[in-house]
Write a protein that binds this ligand. Structure first.
Ligand SMILES: Nc1nc2c(ncn2[C@@H]2O[C@H](COP(=O)(O)OP(=O)(O)OP(=O)(O)O)[C@@H](O)[C@H]2O)c(=O)[nH]1
Length: 497
């Protein structure tokens, strides 16, 4: 008994003092690790918002974007939070009653008021950008275009957001911002990866944008846009073809086939058995075709379908001019285009049409795409309607024409070959955000893509926590070792002094 007491006195490792030191040491180390973990842990997210209205030729759409509020200089990732399709036609169709253009936006704007938290309303920027429909109205009737803008401005200023203005985007801006959107959403800009080209097919215009390999900007300066984004320079080629959106190009095709003013017209781009009455004045009421209106035409004509893809392609080809090119190379209509480069994302009507036709899969060879289209166009109209009772008849009737136009534009117009055709991805959205010019436009106006790569913290969060944990463990081991003189001796026989 007395020997045991003596041993305790010689090895006092559990004296109150050592116990207190050990506990303090452990607490300090746990605290160090906890602080390291908590310090960088994302706090409950607070968001900022931005709203963009895409006032297109066929309709207006509202997009709400959100991004983390706590990131410096708004450098957090921007995502689409909500979208709203404005009921009715595009704002350019309200030329005769402009106030209705403003009123048409009310429902979607009310939705935006609900979607954006009210404490953020006043600081949320609101933009309206109009594209080819308003470009055409502006050409046709400047005064009417101004009145539509006045009405729209008045309506938008009545909402509690930070209204930043409504304007017509140039074709170049529309193409370039579509390219920014696609590459931003794919994270290609931040990481400095090879970029994807952008193909946008609207109702009244179409855009092609890509970064060519060897490219002499001076050949056609109006087709080039220079960007410096995240420390990388991009010389973007972009062109917007006004009147080559799918609705205006259909007018051009119908105008071409009714140039002699017939009473009945047989159209290879519409299904056999299709027949509607169309009004000459309505058809030619657009700057894209107005000059071609036949002098002596009846009031109406009967538009009938014969459904022949190859003959439809011949009609579509007449809408492109391949004869004159003052540059080293052209796409069509004498427009400069450098050789195609890399992969492409094709969105808006490219997607709507190819998706309906089940042709979005990039592994489908070009020849098969054409064969499928030939088969689809040749299917009688009654059968098509029976097979797709849920699809709007206006859209349904035009898929043969639109599909033929898309294939012809890509191959004959832009020079995609059967090899490069497979590099086109038909997309609607990327990571939950719609592909289109609106996101790129907002990122640009809010300076959310810095010209230089932002300074990143020296260590990522995981690395920081790991290093602190390792240091804490080493300290702990050191601490235990420093207590060695007072460790109990582990011999089989207790050492009795
Ligand atoms: N099939 C189908 N077509 C659609 C749909 N939404 C829009 N479209 C058509 O696709 C074409 C392009 O639409 P958008 O991308 O909205 O074009 P937009 O902004 O009106 O036209 P631009 O002013 O030329 O840019 C138009 O002809 C629309 O009528 C859809 O859900 N399905």
């Amino acid at each position: 008994m007395s020997a045991q007491r003596e041993m305790k006195e010689k090895n006092p490792w559990h004296t109150p003092l050592t116990i207190i030191i050990t506990v303090i040491g452990v607490i300090a180390i746990v605290a160090l690790v906890t602080v390291a973990v908590l310090q960088n842990r994302p706090v409950p997210q607070k968001y900022k918002y931005g709203i963009v209205l895409d006032a297109g030729s066929s309709h207006t759409a509202l997009y709400i974007y959100e991004w983390p509020a706590e990131k410096d200089n708004n450098t957090g990732r921007v995502e689409q939070k909500h979208s709203c399709k404005v009921k009715g036609k595009g704002i350019s169709s309200y030329a005769a009653e402009p106030e209705k253009a403003g009123m048409s936006l009310t429902e979607c704007m009310r939705e935006a008021e609900m979607q954006v938290p009210s404490r953020r309303h006043q600081e949320t920027p609101l933009y309206l950008g109009a594209t080819a429909g308003m470009r055409l109205l502006n050409i046709e009737n400047r005064e009417a275009s101004d009145k539509v803008f006045e009405a729209v401005e008045k309506a938008l200023q009545g909402f509690p957001f930070s209204y930043q203005g409504a304007r017509i985007l140039s074709g170049q801006e529309e193409g370039a911002f579509g390219w920014v959107t696609v590459n931003y959403l794919d994270d290609r800009l931040k990481q400095g990866l090879e970029t994807t080209g952008a193909l946008d097919l609207g109702g009244a215009s179409t855009q092609i944008s890509f970064v060519p390999h060897e490219y002499d900007i001076s050949e056609s300066p109006s087709n080039s846009v220079a960007f410096r984004l995240y420390g990388n320079d991009y010389n973007l080629y972009t062109h917007s073809f006004l009147c080559y959106g799918k609705d205006q190009v259909l007018r051009m095709a119908l105008a071409h086939q009714t140039r002699s003013g017939p009473v009945t017209m047989s159209d290879p781009c519409f299904h056999p058995g299709y027949s509607v009455t169309r009004n000459y004045n309505a058809l030619y009421d657009s700057p894209c075709v107005s000059e071609r209106k036949p002098k002596e035409a009846p009031l109406n004509f009967t538009h009938t379908g014969v459904g022949n893809f190859f003959r439809c392609q011949e009609v579509v080809k007449t809408l492109f001019n391949f004869t004159s090119c003052k540059y080293s190379r052209c796409s069509f209509n004498g427009i400069f285009q450098p050789p195609l480069q890399g992969s492409f994302g094709a969105f808006s009507a490219y997607y709507f049409v190819m998706n309906f036709l089940n042709l979005t899969d990039s592994s489908i060879p070009l020849e098969t795409v054409k064969a499928n289209l030939a088969n689809y166009c040749g299917t009688p109209w009654n059968q098509i309607k029976q097979q797709h009772p849920e699809v709007k008849e206006k859209y349904l009737a035009e898929y043969c024409f639109s599909g033929t136009y898309i294939v012809t534009l890509l191959t004959e117009g832009y020079n995609f070959t059967k090899e490069t055709f497979s590099k086109i991805k038909f997309i609607k959205e990327i990571k939950g955000s719609d592909a289109g010019w609106t996101l790129g436009y907002m990122l640009n106006l809010t300076n959310m893509i810095p010209a230089e790569a932002p300074d990143s913290p020296p260590l990522p969060h995981a690395g920081y926590v790991s290093i602190v944990t390792v240091i804490a463990l080493l300290l702990f081991i050191l601490f235990i070792l420093s207590l060695r003189p007072i460790w109990p001796k582990c011999s089989k026989k207790p050492q009795i002094v």
